[in-house]
Structures are given as C-alpha cells and as structure tokens.
Write a new protein. Structure first.
Length: 86
C-alpha cells in the first residue's frame, strides 16, 4: 500500500517536471499571443492540480506511522480493559 503511493508520488513529480518544461517551451514559442496565453493557462492549471495531488499523497505517507500508532493504542486499551474486567 505504501509502496504504491510512493511510486505514484514519483510519477506525479515526473509529470510535474515535464509540465514545467512544457510551460517554459510555451513561453518562448512564436505562436499567436491569445493561443499562447490560453495554452499557458491550461498547462498551469494542470500543474496546480498535480501539485495538489502531490501534497495529498505526501500528507498520507507522512500520516501512515501515526495511523499505525493509533491502531496499536486502541488495541492496547481494549486489551487492558478486557484484562481489568476479568
């Protein structure tokens, strides 16, 4: 589960870098200014979407150990409660 998320995070970072190159190429291109602005806006919107996905995945990966600790604590408290009752 964690390995797939790390792999997906790596792929998203690669896509983000590719979009950065496309944005740089679009800025120096000799196309019509209206088309250029539209294309740049579209690329930047895609890049922002990828950045949000990257942030979400990084947060999930960072929270994984805390989730495990919470599950362990709940199991421990349940076990202690059952032990004290018997």
């Amino acid at each position: 589960m964690l390995g797939k998320k790390k792999q997906q995070l790596g792929n998203l970072k690669i896509q983000w870098a590719e979009l950065e190159w496309e944005i740089a190429e679009a800025k120096v291109s000799d196309t019509d200014p209206d088309v250029k602005i539209y294309h740049l806006g579209e690329l930047q919107c895609m890049q922002m979407s990828i950045e949000q996905e990257i942030d979400t995945l990084e947060h999930e990966i960072a929270m994984f150990p805390l989730k495990l600790m919470l599950v362990g604590f709940v199991i421990f408290v349940t076990g202690m409660t059952i032990y004290m009752m018997s």
